[in-house]
Design a protein around this ligand. Structure first.
Ligand code: NAP
Length: 293
């Protein structure tokens, strides 16, 4: 039986690991903060190297590019425990360019690399409905697919080139933040007009202007519940990746640049750990009105 490892039990990784367990896999996990593993009935490694020694395939879901580098190639990194022929599947959202370099470095140890960033929020990880955008050799992707099916309904192989999954995720993030901006402006207009917000949302969400953001985060915005599914700080990390890639390619993204600056204003006010739907707060400040006021 293939031995599966999972590194990073945060908002996303915890739900994914739980679904791997429910699917009957033999699983070992490691998380920097060990308490997050206590409710998972599986082996817990002391560090990434130890996890590598007992895994044939390792899934990773940590925050940013330097964090992936640390858990894979750091002093205690998983690569030092893996045998040649092993496979690393990175679910973190990181730089497409850095991913190419990480995949090449892993190949020097005979380890294959698949970049597989996800979309669908904490709900998607928990309910097994994530969308996954995958880059890497078809053979490695096919090896990872049956495990990813434990937490995903849509697995799309974007291309063989390492980093192509990450580039598709950058495309996804353009849609995420512009839908977030659209939901924020729309609800604020409804507020300004004195419309009932729940009724208005119900009226428009099934029409041409509907979106996942409006249906899932709109009600939280109306309730002023800023609990993060995805934090503003991580959203900004993704927008840096998007804007860097667009800059390199010479593609103008005026809408994304605007949202980046609005989130920057919220970070400057100490709101970086709130959910990304708190974007509406920046617009409330411009408008001088608040949802629900
Ligand atoms: P999170 O809740 O903040 O969890 C981050 C995880 O990474 C934690 O397990 C954390 O360990 C670990 N970590 C961070 N830096 C590390 C380091 N240097 N060494 C070891 N472990 C480290 O974040 P998340 O929301 O699960 O997001 C994880 C990834 O998924 C990110 O790349 C994010 O952009 C992406 N993503 C998130 C969502 C979402 O809705 N949340 C949706 C799609 C994609 P500790 O527990 O010790 O802090």
């Amino acid at each position: 039986m293939t031995r599966v490892g999972f590194i990073g039990l945060g908002t996303m990784g915890h739900g994914m690991a739980a679904n791997l367990l429910m699917a009957g896999n033999r699983l070992t996990v490691w998380n920097r903060t060990p308490e997050k593993a206590v409710d998972l009935v599986c082996d817990v490694a002391a560090n990434p190297i130890e996890l590598g020694k007992t895994s044939d395939i390792v899934f990773i879901c940590v925050s940013d590019t330097p964090d992936v580098e640390a858990v894979v190639f750091g002093e205690d990194g998983v690569i030092h425990g893996l045998e040649g022929g092993a496979l690393v599947v990175d679910h973190s959202t990181i730089s497409p360019g850095a991913t190419k370099a990480l995949a090449a470095r892993a190949a020097e140890s005979g380890v294959a690399w698949v970049d597989a960033p996800v979309s669908g929020g904490a709900e998607g990880a928990e309910n097994g409905t994530l969308a996954i955008m995958v880059g890497g050799p078809a053979e490695a992707v096919d090896r990872a697919r049956p495990y990813m099916e434990a937490y995903s309904r849509t697995i799309t192989h974007i291309g063989e080139e390492p980093g192509s999954g990450q580039m598709a995720k950058a495309v996804n993030q353009v849609l995420v933040v512009l839908n977030e901006l659209a939901a924020s402006e729309a609800l604020l207009l409804a507020q300004g007009a004195g419309l009932d917000l729940d009724t208005t949302l119900a009226a428009v969400e099934g029409g041409a202007g509907g979106s996942w953001m409006l249906s899932n985060r709109g009600p939280q915005m109306i309730e002023r519940n800023w609990q993060p599914g995805f934090t503003i700080d991580l959203q900004q990390k993704d927008l840096r990746i998007v804007l860097d890639a667009a800059d390199e390619l010479g593609v103008p993204l005026p809408g994304v640049s605007l949202v980046f600056q609005l989130y920057r204003a919220l970070q400057a006010q100490g709101l970086g750990s709130e959910g990304n739907h708190a974007l509406v707060k920046a617009l409330e400040q411009l408008a001088g009105i608040e949802l629900g006021s």
